[in-house]
Design a protein around this ligand. Structure first.
Ligand code: ARG
Ligand code: ASP
Length: 750
């Protein structure tokens, strides 16, 4: 008995050792929950150089750095950088607001915008900034009444009931706050997040796009990078500093805390942390599903977007009007297209599938060695089977998403007429008339950026892929086309466009004159019928076909995370990103992208100049910037005669982290996160610190542009500027001295 036990302990020990070694590389990865940092990450962060306390990063009761981090309109992050509510985020995050204030005479996108006083700031209806008040674990309350054996659907219904009750209570108790109830680790953990929503957020400044979007799609996802991707807003509140909708009487919001801005700069090896709202990641997928993603889903979606982008690119190069109309559509479609390509390469280059399979084998061994985990030893195989089962339907879903939703614009547009048709059938004249007017407005907005011939080309290039892919219960129109045979498709699709009423000159006049008649015509139109059928097929056939599998997958994934946590109790686990507040930390680090290709961690203004192509659509520059460069007029923002522009570090980030503050060891703002380097964008599934890098604008470049280029130095005066680099401000505190004296134990970071 004793001997057996010893062997058992030894086996576990060896496995743990292998495991901690295999995870050693990725020890710094993770998007951590701020309220757990003290418990899980703090000693690790300190070892890496952090000099402030965990409470200064997050505290539920005292003001902390979290009070300066805002969720910017739900999709991006921003940060407060003055005691007067000044908010910094990316240019690409404030893009639609900047665009909405731009006219041909005052083209802020092109020329930039700088409010020279508070009166000149521009209000933005429908824009909000949310600040997190508290993060609270409510797992026990939410999971009350559920059991491990329950099926997914029953469990979900109990959770939903508990959640509703809890939300009702807290909303009644704290009426000024908004609440999110979020699930973590596939429903193993629930957090209640309270936040304050500020709805008066005004535009203060933006550089010209030739700086804020420098390099456009060519440089997107790329390192070395030279983009000044920032814009400035200001949060306003009522006389009592409470959130309020726009009013002239509102005052700049006085935040509980705002960030100090450092001009002391960054050096290789410096500690950095990124505080923000990452959107979504998939860190606990089995190797098989990562393989499905890079072997099936990505190539398929890329191949459809290849066609769309090819059609767009050809036309945009030849036709300036089309190029203007399609710039933003092109950017939207190419953004993920490029990321998916990078993911495939990154997974390959890091041997991720092999590494993940080894980890799975180890997990299986641990399950064999630990009695209470015996039942989980085939868990990964079960997940593999479910994910494999989902592939064919998912391919059909993606075919719709890429072709029907992102691809053919007319298909998405015509769906909007369903209400008109409904009203016409119901015979409600008055409502029909109003609806027709609403659709005319919509049509006019749509036509502004629409090119019918271009759309037809997209359709004849992509719809065939959809028709070839759909196997699950196709509707009558699709079936008929499929039976016709692929050699007839191009002609048929072209006819659809020729016959469609929407593009005829008298469409608007007729719709206004006789909406009932036009509604009937639309209802019989081929584009409308096909688009509606595809849409309904997606929601009524394809999605339900995955719902059941998804529920089963969720249950297994939840078990997998629980089992991992028990198999490797010394390892800290972080939940997938889900648009909640997180902290990532790492170091400013160069990297080797490929054999003999080494990238430095910093770029400078001379690199901006190297890329400059006068008059170019992507690489043109404002004359003023060139002049500042030639005169080396960098003010206090340059360093050794150079103007720093961007830098990279090993912080684990994803979409949604755009606009996040990058902070140094003292918690001072040194960078503004906006992208990742292409070589490592597979970090959503697999983080490899050797090549995964987040890309930030150097705060000194931001200040230089505001002050020297924009002439809005009064904004810099509003900020608290720190001038001492953390390495010089370092005072070794007693507890830190103690922890530095202790030997570092691997695998015990938590
Ligand atoms: N790649 C960055 C992100 O995913 C920036 C996107 C905006 N820029 C662009 N050229 N599309 O959001
Ligand atoms: N560019 C992304 C964003 O807008 C950030 C990223 O994916 O790294 O959130």
């Amino acid at each position: 008995m004793f001997v057996e036990n010893q062997i058992y302990m030894k086996k576990i020990f060896t496995l743990l050792l292998i495991f901690s070694l295999s995870f050693q590389l990725s020890a710094k990865e993770g998007m951590w929950l701020p309220h757990l940092i003290a418990q899980l990450n703090y000693s690790d962060m300190q070892r890496m150089g952090l000099q402030i306390s965990a409470e200064e990063i997050y505290s539920a009761n005292k003001s902390s750095l979290k009070d300066a981090v805002v969720h910017f309109n739900g999709g991006c992050t921003g940060e407060l950088i003055s005691g007067k509510g000044l908010l910094l985020t990316n240019h690409h995050c404030g893009y639609s607001q900047i665009q909405s204030h731009s006219t041909l005479e005052n083209n802020y996108l092109e020329d930039g915008f700088w409010a020279m006083s508070q009166e000149e700031e521009l209000a933005n209806p429908n824009l909000y900034a949310a600040i997190i008040r508290e993060i609270k674990d409510v797992s026990n309350l939410i999971l009350k009444g559920t059991t491990a054996e329950m099926d997914g659907a029953t469990r979900d219904s109990i959770i939903e009931m508990n959640a509703r009750a809890l939300l009702e209570t807290v909303k009644a108790e704290q009426p000024g706050l908004e609440f999110d109830l979020k699930d973590f680790f596939f429903g193993n953990q629930f957090l209640l997040i309270s936040k304050v929503l500020y709805t008066d957020v005004r535009l203060v400044g933006a550089p010209p796009s030739s700086i804020g979007k420098y390099g456009k799609d060519t440089d997107n996802w790329m390192w070395p990078r030279h983009t000044g991707d920032f814009s400035l807003f200001r949060v306003y509140a009522d006389a009592n500093n409470q959130p309020a909708d726009y009013s002239e009487d509102n005052q700049p919001y006085v935040p509980a805390q705002h960030l100090k801005v450092s001009v002391a700069g960054v050096r290789e090896g410096d500690f950095t942390m990124v505080y923000g709202f990452p959107g979504s990641t998939n860190q606990y997928l089995p190797a098989s599903e990562v393989a499905n993603t890079v072997n099936e889903y990505n190539p398929f979606r890329i191949s459809i977007r290849d066609k769309i982008l090819m059609v767009l690119d050809r036309k945009m190069r030849a036709d300036e009007a089309a190029s203007l109309k399609y710039a933003s559509k092109f950017a939207r479609i190419s953004n993920s297209w490029k990321r998916w390509k990078g993911e495939i390469l990154g997974i390959e280059r890091t041997n991720a599938l092999e590494v993940l399979k080894e980890e799975e084998a180890l997990f299986k061994q641990m399950c064999g060695a630990i009695p209470e985990l015996n039942s989980e030893k085939d868990l990964v195989a079960e997940m593999d089977a479910l994910y494999a089962k989902r592939v064919p339907v998912n391919m059909e879903r993606y075919a719709y998403i890429e072709v029907g939703y992102y691809g053919i614009e007319a298909f998405r547009h015509v769906l909007g007429y369903s209400k008109l048709i409904e009203l016409a059938e119901a015979g409600d004249e008055e409502a029909l008339k109003n609806e027709a007017e609403r659709m005319i407005k919509r049509m006019e907005g749509f036509q502004k950026n629409y090119d019918q011939e271009l759309d037809r080309l997209v359709a004849i290039n992509t719809l065939p892929i959809y028709l070839e892919t759909i196997k699950t219960k196709p509707g009558p129109v699709v079936s008929k086309l499929q039976q016709k045979g692929s050699d007839k498709w191009v002609e048929a699709i072209s006819d659809y466009f020729k016959d469609a009423p929407y593009f005829k000159e008298d469409f608007v006049t007729n719709l206004r004159k006789n909406p009932a008649k036009m509604a009937k015509k639309i209802a019989e139109d081929d584009i409308y019928s096909l688009s509606l059928e595809m849409y309904e097929h997606f929601f009524e056939v394809l999605n339900p076909a995955t719902t059941t599998i998804n529920l089963e997958i969720e249950v297994l994934q939840a078990r997998y995370v629980r089992a991992l946590q028990r198999a490797f109790p010394k390892k800290s686990f972080y939940p997938d990103a889900n648009s909640t507040l997180r902290v990532s930390y790492g170091k400013v680090m160069p990297y080797e992208a490929r054999d003999a290709v080494n990238y430095s961690a910093q770029t400078t203004l001379s690199g901006v100049m190297e890329k400059y192509v006068p008059g170019d659509y992507e690489f043109d520059l404002p004359a003023k910037l060139i002049e500042l460069y030639e005169n080396k007029d960098y003010g206090p923002y340059g360093e050794n005669g150079k103007m720093p522009v961007c830098f990279v570090a090993t912080n684990h980030t994803t979409g949604g982290n755009s606009g996040s503050p990058a902070l140094n060891a003292n918690g001072e703002l040194i960078g503004l996160n906006f992208d990742r380097a292409w070589d490592g964008v597979m970090s959503d599934m697999y983080f490899d610190p050797s090549i995964c890098r987040n890309v930030m604008v150097d705060l000194r470049y931001v200040l230089f542009i505001i002050d020297k280029l924009g002439g809005a130095g009064y904004l810099v005066d509003e900020m608290d500027i720190a001038t001492v680099h953390p390495s010089e401000s370092k005072t070794v505190k007693t507890d830190e001295a103690k922890s530095m004296a202790e030997p570092v134990k691997e695998g015990s970071q938590g």
